[in-house]
Design a protein around this ligand. Structure first.
Ligand code: MN
Length: 280
């Protein structure tokens, strides 16, 4: 559980959870959840290459963490550095280490705060707003291409035998650009970033229900990972939940309360503004 106050009266609160799952022996997922970076990377490649690849992405992006405003350009630069690091990881001949990258960075642009959603591969970023769940990222996967072509239905996609085949990744012998989306941050937004081990185990209706029922982002992340394990835990599963909530102690606007995730904002969990900095 973490908290940061990027602007007076606004609190960013987050939680994260990960598990190797029931079947796998190694957790090749990595994640970074620290303001302003909320990312998941799902590594691939044998001989420990996958977990090293996903960890390399986190290491490269870690430089963005802190109170200094981050721009879109900063994120692009760190992703380029991440790609260099992933390509440097030795692996079995002919099979390069690779990793998905998904998530959001809170960026400054023209004086406003945005979620810069980034995607390469089939990890996902969802926006939970006003009780509804929307997938922001579009998977880079064979199954997504079949869906786009109308060859299969969404129901068939869930169990399709080639559902694990990604068409873009960082490294993995591929040169592929990331997709970006820029969404204005709104009070009450809740973002969910997850590896494919979550949506392949539990339906989006259950994800929506948990996000609506668990106001605390850490408890929501824990509950989603537990649900994936209970459903079979066939893959590594990683979940990051991040809230852009009003600081209920200073907003003074009760009318908005029922659309805001009720993060734990009592006196003893007040955000600590790092280095006394606030963002303007
Ligand atoms: Mn996975």
């Amino acid at each position: 559980m973490g908290l940061h106050e990027p602007r007076p009266g606004w609190v960013c609160a987050w939680g994260a959870a990960t598990d190797t799952g029931v079947i796998r022996e190694v957790n090749e997922d990595s994640h970074l959840a620290d303001f302003p970076v909320f990312m998941v990377a799902d590594g691939m490649g044998g001989h420990e290459a996958g977990d090293r690849a996903s960890a390399a992405v986190v290491d490269a992006i870690q430089a963005l963490v802190g109170p200094e405003p981050v721009t879109v350009r900063d994120v692009r630069e760190r992703l380029a550095e991440a790609e260099v690091r992933v390509r440097a990881i030795a692996s079995t001949p002919g099979r390069d280490a690779g990793t998905t990258v998904a998530g959001a960075v809170v960026v400054h642009q023209d004086g406003a705060l945005y979620w810069l959603v980034v995607n390469l591969g089939d990890s996902r970023t969802y926006l939970f707003r006003n009780g509804g769940l929307t997938q922001v990222s579009v998977d880079h996967s064979e199954v997504q291409e079949l869906l786009d072509a109308g060859s299969i239905t969404a129901r068939e996609a869930v169990t399709h035998p080639r559902r694990n085949v990604v068409t873009r990744a960082l490294g993995g012998g591929q040169v592929s650009p990331a997709d970006f989306w820029l969404l204005p941050v709104s009070q009450g937004d809740r973002l969910l970033v997850c590896s494919d081990g979550l949506p392949t185990e539990i339906p989006e209706e259950e994800i929506t229900r948990v996000l609506g029922n668990e106001p605390d982002p850490q408890q929501a992340a824990d509950a989603l990972v537990q649900a994936a394990l209970a459903a079979g835990g066939h893959d590594n599963v990683t979940v990051v939940v991040v809230d852009a909530a009003a600081d209920v102690d200073t907003s003074g606007d009760d009318a908005d309360q029922d659309t805001i995730p009720r993060a734990d904002l009592s006196e003893d969990t007040r955000p600590r503004v790092r280095n006394g900095a606030t963002w303007n």
